[in-house]
Design a protein around this ligand. Structure first.
Ligand SMILES: [Zn+2]
Length: 137
């Protein structure tokens, strides 16, 4: 990876070792390829048909001329942060009702972000995590 330009934010994704990148404009990218001096990004929704790309290098972050096929999403970054904190809690929670833990983690986030978090999304992670000590209800 080239040196990250100061305007580009790098944040952890929901899968270990995966990151997403953005410049606070509501569009988010995964690193697709790199040279010593330049990084090439694909929109995080590329698998859902978005052809938008971006690059970054010493000259800053540049969007491709191809537009996104979706609107900017001001909540994505917080949504992923909340999901990551819940996934982490899945591994650490002991003897507390899971719904209570999730409610507590969700509290500081705005409604737009909380609405996106569905307990069922985390079922698999919860089952993986210390199965016997995690209570769903
Ligand atoms: Zn896109």
């Amino acid at each position: 990876m080239a040196a990250l330009h100061q305007n580009v934010v790098k944040e952890p994704g929901t899968r270990p070792g995966r990151f997403f990148f953005h410049v606070h404009d509501g569009f988010y990218y995964h690193l697709h390829a790199s040279t010593k001096t330049r990084d090439f990004y694909k929109c995080v929704r590329s698998q859902r048909g978005c052809r938008a790309r971006a690059t970054s290098g010493a000259d800053g972050f540049r969007h491709s001329i191809t537009d996104h096929n979706h609107a900017a999403d001001p909540w994505f970054s917080q949504e992923i942060a909340l999901k990551n904190s819940i996934l982490k809690a899945c591994e650490e929670v002991r003897g507390r009702p899971f719904k209570e833990v999730i409610a507590e983690l969700c509290e500081p986030f705005p409604e737009e972000v909380r609405n996106r978090v569905n307990i069922h999304v985390f079922k698999e992670a919860m089952q993986r995590a210390a199965a016997s000590s995690v209570q769903l209800e």
